[in-house]
Design a protein around this ligand. Structure first.
Ligand code: 13P
Ligand code: SF4
Length: 326
């Protein structure tokens, strides 16, 4: 009797996840119509979120969608800097995020006060920041880039103009090699892309000798040196669709494999293994978002992304330069 009462108390229907509707997909579709909302998702989201999204893309494509949408509400299934970018570009829209704690190790590893000092130590440099950074860091930058337009942007900077590149050191090093431009690089890394094991990839290639290694430029140099193709998430997806090859070892977050498999059901995609026996090739921030949280953020219209207008305007300028230059 006592145990039964205890169990009843634990399952307060107003508090427990049991009070969530059974068909979340239907509810989310209904809320999209009711709020005139667009659901944007990054490729690293859980497959069920990708499948219900209005648009799935890489950072650049998602920024463009956020800037162009005529929806009243943007639901951003991605990480914080992505939703923040949507708000900077579309201030009149309400921007909602399923989980406000979905951060990014690159953004967190580059705090604005330290970055300001870093810029002051290198006067006369143009500051190019990878979009994986906070709005405060964007506001301190001259131009923003993503992994799909960084090379194009750097090639447009006059030869004699010194450059600071932040916050990803692997992408920075890769760009130095590609463009031949020396840059002062902030030493940040992505906790997912730095975990891939060069040795395990090498071993996988002996098991699948036909497989092509494709990698995101956030990977360590030792992995990039072995890769047959390097690009942003969208670039990798396009490559596997156009390639005559049938097997690929994919050195980026595993979420992208969902779209690869959908586009090419007859091809084999092998996730590049991390050093440890862990699920470190999954982004713990991206994976904080769930269908339940997508539904709840739309129902409660919270958490919402807001920021001081003065900072938004400063962060907008380098983003607009990016969109013009790419
Ligand atoms: P993309 O712009 O290639 O989608 O990369 C985003 C990201 O966070 C990679 O870790
Ligand atoms: Fe940030 Fe890395 Fe996650 Fe991309 S995969 S959001 S860079 S922590």
């Amino acid at each position: 009797m006592e145990i039964a009462a205890h169990i009843m108390m634990q399952f307060d229907i107003h508090q427990s996840p049991m009070s969530l509707p059974l068909n979340l997909e239907e509810e989310i579709t209904h809320l999209k119509r009711e709020l005139n909302a667009v659901l944007l998702a990054h490729y690293y989201q859980e497959s069920e979120i990708q499948d219900i999204a209005d648009f799935v893309g890489d950072s650049l494509e998602l920024s463009r969608k956020a800037a162009a949408t005529d929806a009243d509400v943007i639901v951003f299934a991605g990480v914080h800097f992505m939703a923040e970018t949507a708000k900077i570009l579309s201030p009149q829209k309400q921007v909602l995020m399923p989980d406000v704690n979905a951060g990014c190790s690159l953004a967190e590893g580059c705090p604005a006060p330290e970055f300001k000092r870093f810029i002051e130590e290198h006067p006369g440099h143009v500051v190019i920041s990878y979009i994986n950074c906070s709005a405060e860091v964007k506001a301190l930058s001259d131009i923003i880039c993503t992994s799909s337009n960084a090379e194009k942007i750097i090639r447009q900077i006059p030869e004699n103009q010194p450059i600071i590149f932040a916050p990803d050191r692997n992408l920075g090093k890769y760009l130095v090699k590609k463009t031949g431009r020396q840059m002062v690089i902030w030493q940040g890394t992505c906790i997912v892309h730095e975990t891939f094991s060069e040795k395990k990839i090498y071993h996988l290639k002996t098991v699948y000798p036909e497989a092509k290694l494709i990698a995101h430029p956030e990977c360590e140099e030792v992995v990039l040196d072995q890769a047959e193709f390097i690009a942003s998430t969208s670039g990798l997806l396009r490559f596997v669709q156009q390639s005559p090859d049938k097997e690929f070892i994919v050195a980026t977050e595993t979420g992208i494999i969902h779209q690869m498999q959908k586009a090419c059901p007859d091809k084999l995609f092998i996730p590049a293994p991390p050093e440890e026996s862990c699920a470190c090739n999954q982004c713990p921030y991206m994976k904080l978002n769930t269908m339940e949280k997508v539904y709840l953020c739309m129902k409660n219209r919270s958490p919402e992304i807001t920021m001081p207008e003065e900072m938004r305007l400063r962060a907008l300028k380098p983003l607009q330069r990016m969109l013009e230059m790419s």
